[in-house]
Design a protein around this ligand. Structure first.
Ligand code: NAD
Length: 733
């Protein structure tokens, strides 16, 4: 079935309607663009046609290029994949440039046919790049529509002319926030920023666009950069003000990305270089950089984890087969503290009825006020209306009585982290629940199988582990106890789908998956402090790897007393198997000095009177004097990466993880593991198992057996295997 329909009205205006069959949203494909090329030729060569409107047959315009096509382009290139990618991109440029020039005489800029874009809703990526090549962009006044170029979020950048055109249309400064941060705007904001030209009522969209086409003169369809005397808004690289913009942009990009994201660097280069050459040469530069990025293993790893596999997990890739839809209608949330209040909010916001229970009315009201606070923030940012706020809050019913839980089909327990308290509330809740309800605990450290003992039906007992702050963190870790049945797993997955987060499903072992990997990272940072490594070397080493927070800052954020509690409980649980280290001494010392982190405005860092982090605490050097010989930056970094990555491999080896896709996606969304790498398994595939084993050997010799390569990694190194080659998308053994 064709991706585009074509018709011509009595006035000779053609309508090209994008409407990919069998999909709710248009996405670009190579075949689709070939067809568009033919239709554009028809418009330009048929004398009876005066101009055209490109629109969509769906409620939105388009979500961009199908990212699978992009990765296929790389693989389909045979011996010269770069050439294949470059030629593919240049074909898109030629098509869009043909639309833009629309038959205009190159010398006189006369004789062209107007082509307008009419977007009924969202236009992202290629779905904005095509309109940017048209002569005027009309968007329906639909506040839900998103307009933008979000490619950077999955490790690439706009390569269909979007970077060059937006850079020239808005100037580098304004274009950079859209291109380098992937900001998406509603239609009115997009118009205010000059990205689109007209916002019109939805029912007038097509007529307004056609009217413009009917009346457009040659001068209306010549793009500024094709007219004589064009000057880039804000000035080009050789203009004194423009010069500052480009220098500033480059500094900001490097400051934010530490140079580890190839796409951000490439997009900055395109903005800078294309501003200095004729327009068509600019497009060629964009195509070169785009090819360069697409050939970089980081971009394919990011596309794989942050788009393809994340979407597969959200769509139920690991949902047990044969279980009918288990969508949640009414959820009971036990405990209205920080986590419970957040869980109540995200559930109510997704349209689910919520019963929020705590021991006192004061506590439940505080929990509901937390939800109101988030919604107020949304009202301030004009993302939420006052009516929406009332509607969401009306779904949160607060109570101190367990009887009110009757009719709940799911419970999420978020009371104190204490086996006794959790057992008590489990029993009290179950006494009031229908037989088929599922009971979930949000524990962060207690074994699910242990907690399930308090339940009268451990098949219907499961872990649903949220991250803090609940309304911002996109990952939810679902943990199966030894007896958890498939209906409970399906219920948890359906719930996570309803609240629009990304699930991973793991088995029940100490700290599950995310915390299991992040704790060794924190400990490695603490160990290094104890060994006299300069704390700035540790923190900057982590940031240069693309970790969002260094380990010391992360400990400050999550609080030293939490670390102290986890350490004490782990010691008690593991007994003689506990690997005591200088990290414990550092934790205990800060704990005893009351330096609990951000919450006490004192930790590894100092904080000012307003609670703003200022600098690393100088007292660290007094208690743990800096060693005379400092390690190499790469050694510090290898220690921090391997602390996390080896734990992920052990989680796979031990069966906690059943699917490496979950290991990669969970690592990026759960604790911000170097997103440019695509996750721990993608990173290992990038450097190769043999190199990983070599790094482990060096670290093991210097720092001890915690860095010993797991047998699985040794075996893969010997056989020359990769994780995605060996485990693919299938479940691990
Ligand atoms: P919190 O102390 O902020 O809230 C706990 C709430 O439970 C309090 O409002 C308390 O009054 C209530 N409560 C205690 N006993 C109760 C009972 N018998 N009946 C009803 N309500 C009772 O704690 P939190 O940070 O929200 O953590 C809650 C759970 O979530 C814990 O199991 C914790 O390990 C887990 N968790 C916390 C985080 C985090 O970052 N804080 C992250 C993931 C999971």
């Amino acid at each position: 079935m064709a991706d585009f329909h074509f018709d011509v009205d009595a006035d000779g205006i053609a309508t090209i309607t994008w409407d990919v069959a069998g999909k709710s949203m248009n996405v670009g494909s190579l075949e689709g663009l070939e067809l568009l090329n033919e239709l554009v030729d028809r418009v330009l060569t048929d004398d009876a046609i005066k101009g055209a409107v490109i629109t969509s047959g769906k409620k939105d315009f388009a979500a961009g290029m199908d990212l699978n096509v992009l990765s296929d382009m790389r693989h389909a290139g045979g011996e010269n994949p770069a050439e294949n990618v470059f030629n593919g991109i240049m074909r898109i440029h030629q098509l869009f440039r043909k639309i833009e020039r629309a038959g205009l005489d190159p010398k006189t800029n006369k004789g062209g046919k107007p082509i307008a874009a009419a977007l009924p809703g969202t236009g992202l990526g290629l779905g904005l790049e095509l309109p940017l090549a048209c002569h005027r962009i009309f968007v329906a006044d639909n506040p839900k529509a998103k307009i933008g170029l979000p490619e950077i979020l999955v490790g690439i950048f706009p390569g269909g002319g979007g970077t060059v055109r937006l850079g020239l249309k808005l100037g580098a400064m304004a274009a950079s926030s859209l291109i380098l941060e992937g900001k998406m705007l509603d239609p009115k904001k997009a118009k205010a920023q000059g990205v689109v030209d007209e916002v019109v009522p939805a029912d007038e969209l097509l007529s307004a666009a056609k009217e413009w086409v009917k009346n457009a003169k040659d001068a209306d369809i010549v793009k500024p950069w094709d007219a004589k005397g064009f000057k880039i808004p804000g000035g080009g690289p050789y203009h004194p003000a423009g010069f500052m913009t480009y220098v500033g942009m480059s500094a900001v990009v490097l400051g934010k990305t530490q140079g580890v994201y190839p796409a951000a660097k490439a997009a900055t280069s395109v903005l800078y270089e294309s501003a200095q050459v004729p327009f068509d040469a600019g497009l060629k530069i964009e195509a070169r950089w785009f090819t360069n990025v697409l050939m970089n293993p980081s971009s394919s790893a990011m596309i794989k984890s942050l788009f393809v596999n994340k979407e597969a997990l959200e769509k139920g890739a690991v949902r047990p087969a044969g279980v009918p839809d288990m969508s949640v209608k009414k959820v009971g949330v036990l405990g209205a503290g920080m986590m419970g209040a957040g869980i109540a909010y995200v559930s109510a916001n997704a349209g689910i009825e919520v019963v929020l229970l705590d021991t006192t009315e004061e506590a439940t009201e505080k929990g509901k006020a937390h939800a109101a606070g988030i919604l107020d923030g949304g009202i301030k940012r004009k993302k939420v209306t006052p009516e929406k706020k009332e509607e969401v809050l009306s779904r949160i019913h607060t109570t101190t009585s367990y009887a009110d839980l009757s009719g709940c089909d799911l419970i999420v327990e978020a009371v104190f982290e204490d086996v006794g308290v959790k057992a008590e509330v489990t029993k009290a809740a179950e006494a009031n629940l229908p037989e088929n309800a599922i009971f979930a605990t949000n524990t962060s450290t207690l074994p699910i199988t242990e907690l399930a003992k308090a339940s009268h039906n451990d098949e219907r007992f499961i872990g649903i582990h949220f991250f803090s702050p609940v309304h911002k963190m996109m990952l939810v870790e679902i943990i199966k106890g030894k007896k958890t049945g498939k209906e409970a797993v399906a219920k948890a997955l359906d719930f996570v789908r309803q609240i629009k987060k990304t699930p991973i499903v793991v088995n029940d072992e100490r700290f599950f998956y995310a915390n299991r990997c992040i704790i060794p990272y924190l400990n490695e940072g603490l160990r290094m402090v104890g060994e006299g490594v300069n704390p700035a070397l540790i923190e900057n080493g982590a940031k240069l790897l693309g970790m969002p927070l260094g380990p010391l800052q992360l400990v400050d954020e999550t609080s030293i007393d939490l670390g102290y509690k986890i350490m004490t409980a782990t010691k008690a649980a593991m007994g003689s198997a506990y690997d005591a280290s200088v990290a414990d001494d550092v934790t205990i010392a800060l704990y005893e000095q009351g330096r609990l982190g951000r919450k006490s405005s004192a930790g590894f860092y100092d904080y000012d009177a307003k609670g703003k982090r200022t600098q690393l605490w100088e007292g660290l050097a007094e208690q743990w004097p800096e060693a005379d010989v400092q390690p190499e930056l790469s050694t510090v970094q290898h220690r921090m990466i391997m602390a996390q990555v080896l734990e992920a491999v052990r989680a796979l080896e031990g069966g906690v993880l059943e699917d490496i896709r979950e290991g990669d996606v969970g690592a990026i969304l759960g604790w911000g593991f170097m997103p440019w790498s695509g996750g721990p398994f993608s990173w290992l595939d990038m450097i190769g198992a043999a190199r990983a084993v070599e790094i482990c050997k060096n670290l093991e010799d210097q720092y001890g057996p915690r860095f010993k390569a797991p047998a699985l990694l040794e075996e893969m190194a010997a056989k020359g295997e990769t994780f995605y080659g060996r485990f693919g998308t299938a479940k691990a053994a």
